[in-house]
Write a protein that binds this ligand. Structure first.
Ligand code: ADP
Ligand code: MG
Length: 690
């Protein structure tokens, strides 16, 4: 007998080599092995007669071995046999499995399962699964596992099946009440149902992972993940102290007074939610989401200034240098009007200015710091950091989010408020899981006067149409972007952009064309951006450096070259560079044939709507959650049983249940939470922030 947490080496058939192979896949315990779910099931339950076979189909036959021999080079190439049942005879061949000839002999009764093919005009069974006695690999609904290193599906089937006998009754892991509320099968019943499906089970239900056994295991996993997120959040709330900031309506109104526009109701609501978080002793941990162009910067700016006027320092981190400059440019006059000093720190800040900036941060003179990843460097230390904002947070890792927050300074017993922002909305179905530890608020309106961007997919062969549109745009006194990715593998984006600029310059005489790319020196890049902003450049040819955040209102035409190569989120972001004012804007997606099916779907989707949330859902269905979320959310990457897309209907239920569990006081719930904390602690060597 064994316990679930015993090492896999306790399982009969697992020696040193197999244990190592399993460990490489993160399978250490008997339980880990039991949680390797089959990815499909094959119905091998029906036994057929040789006389009824049809070439091309797969069958299970119960037969007697009449003849068997090893053939080919050193008699190792193939094993040939002739087998029969009451209805006829059949030839069988196994390639490169010489051991089959040792396993069975003339006269044996065996079961075989495989596909019948035609060879020299006769039916022949090729490489069939062979079983003596039967019951595990044949004669039933057979679970098919994904191969692990050298462990074949058949070997895994034997090992996993052995685990069940080894453990006996698999203990229940969920509180009774939880199981009843979610109406879940017991754990033993579920695992046995998965690995040893009943003869009455419906293979199509099993294959769709919709059996009650599957649902139980999916919920168990979601619940565990959601619970640990809630626990972390609760712990933060209880243990960490946030700076209690004091501001009133009039002082905030005075800050907003200076803006050239009034906040939209959505912006206003978001700002007040954030401000009320910042008044609390519980550190804010909030995600502000809103589609491209909805005006998140103004909301963040309001929060930064409110923190500064309340006597704290505040920082905003962005993914690109371009964006850092743009934010600090935009914030500087606003801050100045409130008597707040602001600095900008990036990777290219000269060492002289850097020293000065670091000095100002340390002695508290500098109140607001805008910057890139450079803010995370160890020498950047604040004297009283009260608010950390991360813009375009999907570009940063979880750890980076945490480390900006750790720069609290002398107030290190306090944990700064954290606001993260994103314009790459994640589907609401996933929000709960991915951001389970964040409070979320959404700006769902747009500044007044915005018109949806007209989106057109244009074949690349129709370049002359693009040239016309560029000319028309420039004649109207408006500006345009032309964005180009790498033209071919190995080609750098740079040469593509340079070539394109030269070509456009030839085709558009009298039009001022600028060039922007990541390899330019910082000052060259900012002066180009500056000229574009000032209207001294008409058409800006650029690599994808303009992708996030860049804001030039007079730009009304966006041309995306090789649009088929971009992901949906990127296309939406790029399109979001135009249509940021009240003038009608257009986005042209240049498509180069041939288009993959997926590329066609992406272009169709981006053309049909400008709603980022809708596109996020489409993106999810096109790519699947794994890729969409990447590895940036450790918790999500850690899912083994559940699939965020396939099983999304369980997310909300399990999230609610997790919220209930972390505050419940009955023994079972408390014990469950402790177990979950230990489990994830081991699995991710979880680091607590703050
Ligand atoms: P995003 O949410 O994509 O970061 P930005 O903050 O860059 O959007 O804002 C987009 C544009 O909208 C900017 O030019 C900004 O000045 C403008 N803007 C923001 N809020 C308002 C508003 N309430 N009224 C008018 N224009 C606004
Ligand atoms: Mg932005």
């Amino acid at each position: 007998m064994a316990e679930l947490h015993d090492s896999v080496s306790k399982v009969p058939g697992v020696g040193i080599v197999r244990a190592a192979a399993l460990r490489r896949r993160g399978i250490q315990t008997v339980e880990d092995l039991l949680l390797q779910l089959p990815f499909r099931y094959e119905d091998r339950s029906k036994v057929s007669s040789i006389s009824e076979l049809i070439v091309g189909e797969s069958y299970t036959f119960n037969v007697k071995v009449n003849r068997i021999q090893r053939l080919g080079h050193r008699r190792r190439n193939r094993v040939e046999a002739v087998v029969s049942d009451e209805t006829g005879e059949l030839k069988v061949v196994w390639f490169r499995q010489p051991y089959v000839a040792d396993a069975i002999a003339k006269g044996d009764a065996v079961s075989v399962f495989g596909k019948v093919v035609e060879h020299d005009g006769n039916p022949q069974l090729v490489n069939p699964v062979l079983e003596r006695g039967g019951g595990l690999h044949l004669g039933r609904l057979v679970p098919i596992y994904r191969r692990i290193g050298k462990l074949t599906p058949g070997v895994l089937r034997r090992l996993i099946d052995a685990c069940i006998d080894l453990v006996g009754e698999i203990p229940e892991s969920l509180p009774d009440l939880t199981r009843r509320r979610l109406q879940l099968a017991g754990r033993h019943e579920a695992l046995v149902g998965i690995h040893r499906p009943a003869s009455t089970a419906d293979p199509s239900v099993l294959n769709a992972a919709r059996s009650t056994a599957h649902q139980r295991l999916v919920c168990e996993e979601f619940l565990s993940l959601q619970t640990v997120l809630q626990l972390q959040r609760t712990q933060e709330k209880n243990e960490l102290l946030g700076p209690v900031m004091i501001f009133d309506e009039t002082s905030v109104a005075a800050i907003l007074e200076v803006l050239p526009f009034r906040l939209t109701p959505g912006q206003d609501a978001a700002l007040w939610t954030i401000l009320s978080d910042m008044k609390s002793r519980v550190p804010m941990h909030r995600l502000l989401q809103g589609d491209v162009g909805c005006g998140k910067t103004a909301v963040a700016g309001g929060a930064l200034l409110a923190a500064a006027t309340a006597g704290y320092q505040a920082a905003i981190m962005v993914p690109t240098e371009l964006l850092a400059r743009q934010h600090s440019r935009w914030l500087a006059p606003w801050a100045a009007s409130q008597g707040v000093s602001i600095e900008c720190l990036t990777g290219t800040t000269s060492s002289g200015s850097k020293e000065q900036i670091l000095g100002g941060l340390a002695n508290g003179d500098t109140k607001i710091l805008v910057g890139t990843h450079a803010l995370l460097e160890p020498e950047v230390l604040f004297s009283k950091l009260g608010l950390a904002v991360i813009d375009e947070q999907h570009r940063f890792g979880v750890r980076q989010r945490a480390s900006l927050r750790e720069k609290g300074g002398a107030n290190h017993h306090q944990c700064p408020h954290l606001l993260v922002m994103t314009a790459t909305p994640i589907p609401r179905t996933l929000e709960l899981t991915v951001y389970g530890d964040l409070d979320v608020c959404t700006i769902d309106d747009m500044p007044p006067g915005r018109q949806p961007v007209i989106s057109q997919v244009v074949p690349a062969t129709n370049w002359s149409r693009v040239v016309e549109m560029l000319v028309e745009t420039v004649h109207r006194g408006e500006q345009a972007y032309v964005v180009t990715p790498r033209i071919k593998e190995g080609d750098d984006e740079l040469s593509a952009a340079v070539q394109l600029q030269a070509e456009l310059q030839r085709q558009l005489s009298g039009v001022r064309i600028g060039l922007l790319h990541g390899k330019q020196a910082q000052d060259e890049r900012s002066s180009t951006m500056e000229s574009f902003r000032a209207g001294q450049i008409d058409v800006l040819v650029s690599t994808t450096v303009v992708e996030v955040g860049v804001d030039v209102t007079n730009a009304t035409l966006m041309v995306i070259g090789h649009a088929e190569r971009f992901g949906l989120a990127q296309l939406h972001q790029l399109r979001g560079r135009v249509g940021r004012g009240s003038v009608q804007a257009t986005c042209v997606f240049l498509a180069h044939e041939p288009l993959s099916k997926n590329a066609q779907s992406r272009l169709k989707a981006v053309q049909s709507t400008t709603d980022g949330f809708e596109l996020a859902e489409t993106d999810l269905s096109l790519r699947g959650p794994g890729e969409l979320l990447g590895t940036r959310q450790a918790g999500v990457a850690g899912l083994r049983v559940g699939d965020l897309f396939r099983d999304h209907e369980w997310l909300e239920l399990t999230c609610k249940e997790a919220r209930r569990l972390v505050v419940a006081e009955d023994d079972e719930s408390v014990e469950y939470c402790q177990r979950i904390r230990r489990y994830w602690g081991r699995r991710f060597a979880m680091t607590q922030t703050g």
